[in-house]
Design a protein around this ligand. Structure first.
Ligand SMILES: Cc1cc2nc3c(=O)[nH]c(=O)nc-3n(C[C@H](O)[C@H](O)[C@H](O)COP(=O)(O)OP(=O)(O)OC[C@H]3O[C@@H](n4cnc5c(N)ncnc54)[C@H](O)[C@@H]3O)c2cc1C
Length: 417
């Protein structure tokens, strides 16, 4: 029976990044980490492919060479509700859109080159024993390890093996791609996020990202989130997406009439879910994605760094409860953005533009930032997440909110549901 210190189930970004952080903090773990990945890489992953500046900073911290990775550089958001538009800048040039198949392959290769062993075989089960864990793979092999990392994504089974379900239900997304032969100003170097779906009865957002296909040709990567899992969810999402697309005439003009949608589940991050259990830590989409902007890679990178820290402490002191993991995650850069983004959901029940968006339509004083400018700069990493805990930021919230509340109330129509 083979033994490892750490077994990581899943070779997506959260699994590879956990291995890379473990090896960065403690290079002598080379040969002691096993990644079990069920698919052959490069594998397709349905995703917008947006990589925020905060993730870019994590990749720099890990010393990864991304020079060969095809990408579209991104300068900011285009935040939309019906005909309203606001264009907050990121304030740095770290954000980009890429193809997840290539991005994930690059990370897994780097983890292998730095000393993690990678086997392309599924893990089919795991259980705790007196002094460690046993993990069973699809070829009938049994491995022993001290720590297991559940990095097996939204459909992964690792939580079920240890009886620690996620607090949130899965929701459905539809994604579509079509060629972008001529430049569209909003899609030149912006992530277009449209917060109109709540007014169509869907608690999600639509996105239009400038992206690249497998051959490096420009495409629009678009989609809609927030579908509930019932028999008609895909139909409702598709109709809502087409309505929103028609409100972006320049993009709609490039879309073919027979759009082919792909469906994929997603689960939103919740601070109240179990994040770890004895000898087991969950990372990446086993924790969820940001409910406001749909970013999952930020949580992948932050949870990988936090998990690596608590795993090394546990290996040193023999206490595998991972109680400190929650605290580490709450101190991570994604968390302040998550807190601010949750203001979206109460608004969405009234089918209104979210609070954050409403505030974003207030022009900032000359040279200043409004709420969504702050949000965009923290998203890109050009100002630190802690800025959202400062008095300066909350003064901005008050200033922008006082201006919009009467206008917002005057137009609100409570949901009939
Ligand atoms: C439509 C859509 C658009 C998105 N757009 C963005 C975006 O633009 N930007 C962003 O930051 N995030 C985005 N996300 C979220 C992002 O894709 C995820 O958060 C991210 O992929 C999670 O990475 P992960 O490594 O945790 O899981 P995954 O990428 O799902 O990787 C999990 C891996 O585990 C493997 N696996 C599963 N079970 C087993 C097993 N039993 N044994 C071995 N291997 C196993 C799988 O084969 C897979 O390779 C989007 C998500 C969706 C659905």
């Amino acid at each position: 029976m083979e033994r490892y210190k750490v077994i990581i189930v899943g070779g997506g970004p959260s699994g590879s990044l956990t291995a890379l952080y473990l090896l960065l903090f403690r290079p002598e773990l080379a040969g002691e980490i096993l990644i079990l990945e069920s698919k052959a890489f490069p594998r397709e992953k349905i995703c917008g492919g947006g990589v925020s500046g905060r993730v870019g900073m994590r990749l720099e911290e890990l010393g990864l060479d991304l020079s060969d990775l095809p990408r579209v550089p991104i300068a900011g958001f285009a935040v939309c509700f019906r005909e309203m538009r606001y264009y907050p800048d990121f304030g740095n040039d770290r954000c980009f859109v890429t193809r997840r198949s290539l991005f994930d392959h690059l990370l897994l290769r780097a983890a292998r080159e730095r000393g993690a062993e990678v086997r392309h075989v599924p893990a089919v089960g795991a259980f705790r024993e007196r002094k460690g864990l046993r993990v069973l793979d699809g070829a009938g092999r049994i491995f022993r390890c001290e720590v297991l990392v559940g990095a097996d994504g939204v459909n992964g089974r690792s939580r079920a093996w240890f009886g620690v379900p996620h607090a949130r239900k899965k929701t459905l997304l539809l994604q579509v791609e079509f060629p972008l032969e001529m430049d569209v100003p909003d899609l030149h170097d912006r992530l277009v996020l449209d917060f109109s779906p709540p007014r169509l009865g869907i608690n999600g957002y639509a996105w239009f990202f400038p992206s690249l296909d497998e051959e490096g040709r420009r495409v629009v990567n678009a989609g809609i989130s927030g579908g509930e899992f019932d028999g008609r969810a895909a139909r409702r999402l598709k109709d809502a997406f087409l309505t929103i697309l028609s409100e972006h005439p320049e993009i709609a003009a490039r879309a073919p009439s027979d759009l082919r949608f792909k469906a994929y589940p997603e689960r939103c991050f919740s601070p109240f879910q179990p994040l770890a259990t004895e000898r087991v830590v969950f990372v990446g989409e086993q924790l969820g994605v940001d409910p406001f902007n749909g970013e999952g890679l930020g949580i992948c990178a932050d949870s990988a760094a936090a998990a690596a820290g608590v795993i090394l402490e546990a290996l040193d002191d023999g206490n595998f409860s991972f109680r400190g993991y929650r605290r580490q995650l709450f101190r991570s850069p994604f968390f302040p953005l998550y807190l601010i983004g949750t203001t979206y959901w109460p608004q969405s029940r009234w089918r209104q533009p979210c609070f954050l968006f409403s505030m974003s339509t207030r022009r900032p004083p000359a040279g200043g930032l409004n709420v969504i400018d702050y949000y965009a700069r923290v998203f890109s990493g050009s100002i630190p997440g802690e800025e959202l805990y400062t008095l300066r930021f909350w003064r901005t919230v008050l200033r922008d909110a006082v201006g919009i509340i009467p206008e917002w109330l005057a137009t609100s129509t409570p949901s009939k549901r």
